[in-house]
Design a binder for this molecule. Structure first.
Ligand code: 5RP
Length: 249
């Protein structure tokens, strides 16, 4: 599942382009080819994000198919960096590429963390957890000076909507499900931390209100709504190229 240069997808040759000042602080990153497929877009966004990592940094590594393109891009830079992975799959791929992966208990902050997303809204709210790693991913994002989100065009939405991934405590699960009402258990293994993975299917009128409601529900370990306050940068690839938007964090 880990893509590589040997997989037939060529490097996208993304270069940081000229800064275009504007209210959203958008920067276009120049690509030398059109990025027609989601795979090309994921790879281009991931390769652009790898350029933000420098020698000596402690790096949080997300989870998913977009991050799977980040890891070879990072490894090929041969930097002296220390990484922490948010999932066993990321850890295995990172180690196989020669990246140094520490346990999270050896680190209490990150210079940078880079991760994918399932939904990216215009105001910077995210949905994460399609790969069931959102609890770990949120801890890592919140511990990072800079949290960069990388995504292909299919992840850009006009507004956040269900499903919202959940990690639930197995203790009292039936009662938690009853309280949440509109929740479906996902047919996947428990998280590496023992949490049960589910999806909240209720209406999301305001992501902040839904996030607060889910956080306040006993038995919910964490949910996949990520506030814009966690996000430093959005690197989004579309067929036309890669754009970089700087947020407040
Ligand atoms: C895993 C995640 C992923 O970052 C998210 O699901 C995006 O995945 P992909 O890059 O495969 O589209 O949150 O829990």
């Amino acid at each position: 599942m880990a893509p590589s240069r040997a997989s037939g997808v060529p490097p996208c040759q993304t270069k940081v382009g000229q800064h275009k000042p504007g209210p959203m602080r958008l920067t276009s990153l120049v690509t030398t080819m059109r990025l027609e497929t989601p795979e090309q877009q994921k790879q281009a966004a991931a390769e652009a994000a790898a350029e933000f990592v420098f020698d000596g940094m402690t790096v949080g590594l997300g989870t998913g198919s977009t991050v799977a393109y980040l890891l070879p891009a990072l490894a090929s830079r041969r930097l002296n960096i220390r990484c922490v992975a948010t999932s066993p799959a990321t850890e295995e791929q990172a180690r196989s590429l020669g990246l140094v992966v520490l346990d999270f208990d050896e680190v209490d902050r990150f210079d940078i963390a880079i991760d994918g997303a399932d939904q990216v809204a215009p105001d910077g709210w995210l949905v994460k957890g399609g790969g069931a790693a959102h609890t770990r991913e949120k801890v890592v994002a919140a511990s990072a000076e800079r949290f960069i989100v990388i995504a292909d065009a299919s992840k850009v939405v006009s507004r956040i909507s269900a499903p919202i991934p959940l990690e639930l405590l197995s203790y009292g699960l039936a009662a938690t499900l009853r309280r949440l009402d509109t929740v479906q258990l996902r047919a996947v293994p428990n998280s590496p931390d023992g949490g049960v993975i589910a999806d909240y299917l209720g209406t999301v009128n305001d992501p902040g209100i839904t996030a607060a409601m889910l956080s306040a529900t006993p038995g919910v370990v964490d949910h996949g709504l990520f506030s814009p306050l966690l996000v430093s940068d959005l690197i989004i690839a579309t067929p036309d190229g890669v754009s970089h938007r700087k947020l407040v964090k």
